[in-house]
Design a protein around this ligand. Structure first.
Ligand code: HEM
Length: 409
């Protein structure tokens, strides 16, 4: 009998606490529990994190504060408000750095452009900006067959350092191939000083991280969207056939100049990058206390996450049909490409830290997309689950399974 009494009292306490918290939580996007804060809601939805955060942002008008467990110092400001994004990435750029958490997690990137702030970043950015303009850089993109390089830093270091050494051994500049490492070595050699190996290694690994998985992620979502929208596929093919002159061997001219004529294909790629940005979120920390345009106050070192995934799905920017794949929304009445400011079309980030590889990415993606679509039918395997992975790059969790059939042109 005494046991019944204890159980009843416990139940009453649990019920009372639950009602109390339900009342407290009526206006918060994620239920906040004693001690553990909002963490359970986030953990429960990890597998679906981007859509989950997107729905919460929508519910709160574009910005909400996630409160982590007590004493864990884990409060995070989530936002997809374009005004906040512009404020953080451009207007108050100097006040927002990558933050210590980012530096700790991405130690493998050394002091390269991705992990650095202030003067080291400025040095990296200026150097890479000048390298990116050189043709030799484009040839380098094939370097680095080690797919899981982040997982195995030692192998990557050995590979890069041995590559650097063998390049140093070729003394005669005329014998050097015009690839990235040679270009970097020649660019930075100032007087007698030579660029040090660690800097070369950090730069190479940062560019591998920047340019490989992003493009492959972007193209994977693109092929899935195109294959599931036959009307779009037909229009892309029609445009290629119309705008690129046929050569004798019946292949189309896929040179860089020709690619710029493919306005509809450009729109389809922008649309894929809008809906499935290869880098789905960014985080920043203010150096000094600030107030965001949305009115949210942020103390120094607060973690702010802006969701690139959600910015691409804001109804106020893209309209009620924002979840639909419509390349047409990128094409003006005169048939040109509509320019959307980078704080709204945020896939390549905005402001002084926007992607240095944006131009080359479109060239690469158009080349691959046009070459494949012209020559093959891509059929998505039915019932194969298409879910974004929970990772820094928005891969498909289970990959994209397709059947490929030769197309007769
Ligand atoms: C579809 C392809 C790509 C997408 C969506 C993309 C997106 C981005 C994003 C979101 C950032 C900001 C990252 C951050 O600050 O944390 C970034 C930075 C950067 N990207 Fe890309 N990127 C792509 C391809 C490339 C390629 C091919 C290269 C060159 C190999 C490249 C080079 C860089 C560099 C060097 C930065 C650092 C800029 C800085 O911090 O100042 N990206 N990119």
């Amino acid at each position: 009998m005494a046991w019944f009494g204890v159980v009843e009292i416990l139940l009453a306490i649990i019920l009372f606490t639950a009602i109390h918290y339900w009342k407290l939580n009526r206006n918060t996007p994620i239920t906040k529990w004693p001690v553990v804060g909002m963490l359970p809601g986030l953990l429960y939805n990890t597998s679906n994190i981007h859509d989950y955060i997107n729905s919460k942002l929508k519910q709160c008008g574009g910005t909400f504060i996630f409160e982590g467990p007590w004493l864990a110092n884990m409060n995070i400001v989530f936002t997809c408000d374009p005004m906040n994004v512009q404020h953080i990435t451009s207007t108050k750029f100097e006040n927002y750095g990558k933050g210590n958490d980012f530096r700790e997690i991405f130690e493998v990137l050394g002091d390269g452009i991705f992990r650095s702030d202030s003067n080291i970043w400025k040095y990296n950015r200026t150097l890479l900006h000048s390298i990116f303009k050189q043709e030799s850089f484009q040839k380098w993109l094939r370097v680095g067959e080690e797919r899981k390089f982040i997982e195995n830093q030692k192998i990557v270091d050995e590979m890069l350092y041995s590559e650097i050494k063998s390049k140093r051994d070729i003394k005669n500049q005329n014998q050097q191939k015009p690839d990235l490492l040679n270009t970097l070595m020649n660019e930075v050699r100032d007087g007698q000083n030579r660029i040090d190996d660690k800097f070369l290694r950090d730069t190479a690994i940062n560019l591998l991280a920047a340019g490989r998985d992003t493009i492959s992620s972007g193209l994977t979502w693109f092929f899935w969207l195109v294959a599931t929208h036959p009307f779009v596929e037909a229009k892309i093919l029609e445009e290629i056939k119309e705008r690129l002159a046929s050569k004798e061997d019946n292949k189309k001219d896929l040179g860089v100049e020709g690619l710029s004529k493919l306005v509809y294909l450009h729109g389809a790629l922008c649309e894929a990058l809008r809906l499935y940005p290869p880098v789905p979120f960014e985080h920043k920390s203010p150096l000094k206390h600030d107030v965001l345009p949305s009115g949210h106050k942020v103390k120094e070192n607060t973690m702010i996450v802006y969701s690139l995934y959600s910015v691409g799905r804001v109804e106020e920017i893209w309209g009620e049909d924002c979840l639909e794949f419509k390349p047409e929304r990128w094409i003006s009445k005169k048939g040109g490409t509509i320019h959307v400011p980078s704080y709204k079309f945020i896939a390549f980030n905005a402001g002084p830290r926007s992607c240095l590889g944006k131009g080359i990415s479109f060239i690469e993606m158009k080349l691959v997309a046009a070459a494949i679509l012209l020559n093959y039918h891509v059929h998505v395997v039915e019932d194969h689950p298409i879910i974004p992975s929970v990772s820094v790059v928005l891969h498909m969790k289970h990959g994209l399974k397709v059947n490929i059939k030769k197309r007769s042109i």
